[in-house]
Design a protein around this ligand. Sequence first.
Ligand code: EPZ
Length: 418
Amino acid sequence: MEKYIINGGNKLYGSVEVQSAKNSVLPMLAASVLTDDKVKILKVPNITDLKNMAKILSKLGCKVVFEGENLIIDSSSADCFEIPRELAHELRSSVFLLGSVISRFHTAKIAYPGGCDIGLRPVDLHLAGLKRLGVEIEEENGYIICKCEKLIGNEIMLDCPSVGATENLMLAAAKAEGTTVIKNAAREPEIEDLQRLLNCMGAKMRGAGTGTIIIEGVKSLHGCEFLPIPDRIEAGTFLIAAAMCGGEIELKHACAENISSLLHKLRENGCKIHLNNDKIILENHRRPTSVKSVETQPYPGFPTDLQAQITALCCICHGQSIITENLFETRFKYVPELRKMGADITVIDRNAFVRGVEKFYGATVVAHDLRGGAALVCAGLAAEGRSEVLDISHIDRGYGSFEYKLRSLGGDIVRVSI
Ligand code: EPZ
């Protein structure tokens, strides 16, 4: 087990480079199973979700090689269609492999996927969409078993714009016979990124980023070399940390367009934000003013993956805020931990009612999930006094070199084994 020890109160100054997007890279690894050629993903983040996804691909018989910051996947020797239970539970994004594995082997077996403890995380939309493509699905002893003669293009209407279901169906439809139309598709930037990768591999897809994606199935896909988009959630996390601590930071390799909903809120908080090509500069030297409300929505609404972090910011603003979590059932597990640091926050159903306090006070807190853990780190950096954040393996799932980057900005944070 490891923990962070943080001495709060330092303002943050300096420049950090944003990692490639975790939620782009993970479905891209699944996409690499669709070809026997090598697929090279550039500048991948140093995160455990990626390492676990690489382990799953190796179990399928793929050769996965980390070459510096780049990752090369060679699926030519892939010969297994079963995703082991222990790895599927470790990683929600293992479910993305369903579409790719069925496309390659016309069969797939996966244990119900796990992931952060932020909600039920059903996969009914994934399975309903695969059935529309001709897949027969059985569920037995906690496993999903899929079979099909061949994948046949069809029209699919998603009940809700699920990111994972959209990506899974893009992967399954890439080499299906005929045309597939996905309606009410998710519009996240990572969906567009996946479409760019697949088209770079020879697929014929268009419409990602809108609500309707049209896929003309092709016979085969080939390898390619690809640089994913910047991680908008990592970028947003650093900007919120700077807004809370005060100072002036610059993010390199960032995409302001992909976090425009957050930038709008941070300006409302009184932060000065300058944009310059792929750089975002945030400056703040006073106690932020509260935003009246934040409602998480599918993209381009406010991202649920920044909900915990902006709630931590609201806790030390001047004024009151209401944060509403519309996507996941239990994404407020970090709230009792913020209370230990002095937050005045009440959760009723999907709403967190926050009364801004002057400051956080250092305390020992526990990370329960990836983004809630990141929010506790932001709170510790802004707090008066010493904090410890326990169980930081959750944070390692999505933030590469997190403490190094924060230290380079002047944060007093160290990782300690316990
Ligand atoms: C992706 O998860 C992201 N993960 C999540 O990021 C992100 O929070 C989420 O999209 C929403 O943006 C990856 O990309 C690896 P969904 P996913 O399917 O695909 C319901 C992080 O912190 N739903 O869009 O699992 C579901 O219950 C992680 O980086 C169904 O009902 O999210 C939820 O309420 C956390 N049935 C809503 O849709 C289904 O079959 C959104 O889920 C699928 C989803």
